[in-house]
Design a protein around this ligand. Structure first.
Ligand code: 5RP
Length: 223
């Protein structure tokens, strides 16, 4: 059974005529994009705002019309994957390197839907290294500051060189302390000069779609 396909396609059901949709990044959202492309061909009226250059390219391939914040004042629904989800629907994101645009888009959305396969569910966040996007200038110093709050940063590398995000920044993948409080860590990391954003998404997801007993299950945020 392909859990990513099940949850990815399920999320497309939230998209209705006239909506502006935040389009996430990754191998799970791929199936949402594929499904939305099919629905658009069948007459669905929607426009997407992509969270990455990779998603923009896929949206073009699937025939999904795109827009931008120049035209759109808000997003009706954003759909995205995650690298880890805890019992309170806090997330670690950014495994695909798109965390900054993903967080801008999720925070502009009236509803943020997260789609995950079973491997992403966790009692407590931290088994996945936390991606932290930093500007290249002074990144060695930024690493020391990240270290000083108890995280262990490792520069993400691709083809022997620092990995470069769509925003021309670097990423540190960080081992976070065992006793971290996600909301506090999210705030404190972002106070370090040089940190642009981190992959903790606390109290942002409205709905998480996962698979249990081969069926999709919606877990909604407790208000
Ligand atoms: C990209 C992300 C992705 O949503 C996350 O990495 C999940 O990806 P996948 O669906 O491929 O497992 O945060 O920056």
């Amino acid at each position: 059974m392909n859990e990513k396909k099940l949850v990815g396609e399920k999320a497309a059901e939230f998209v209705k005529d006239g909506m502006i949709v935040g389009l996430g990044t990754g191998s799970t959202v791929y199936y949402t994009l594929e499904k939305l492309g099919q629905l658009v061909k069948e007459g669905l009226q929607m426009k997407g705002i992509p969270t990455s250059a990779a998603t923009e390219k896929l949206a073009h391939e699937f025939g999904i019309p795109l827009t931008s914040f120049l035209e759109a004042a808000y997003i009706d629904v954003a759909i995205d994957g995650a690298d880890e989800v805890d019992a309170h629907l806090n997330l670690i994101k950014g495994g695909g390197g798109a965390l900054l645009r993903e967080k801008i888009i999720a925070s502009a959305a009236k509803k943020f839907i997260v789609i995950v396969d079973s491997s992403k569910i966790s009692e407590k966040l931290g088994s996945f290294l936390l991606p932290v996007e930093v500007i290249p200038f002074g990144y060695e110093m930024t690493a020391k500051q990240i270290h000083s709050i108890g995280c262990v940063p490792k520069l993400r590398v691709a083809d022997g060189k620092p990995y470069i995000t769509d925003n021309h920044n670097y990423i540190f993948d960080c081992k976070i302390p065992e006793d971290s409080q996600p909301k506090n860590l999210e705030t404190v990391l972002n106070m370090i000069p040089g940190v642009v954003e981190n992959g903790l998404f606390t109290n942002m997801a409205d709905v998480v779609i996962r698979v249990t007993n081969e069926k999709t299950v919606l877990i909604e945020k407790k208000i």
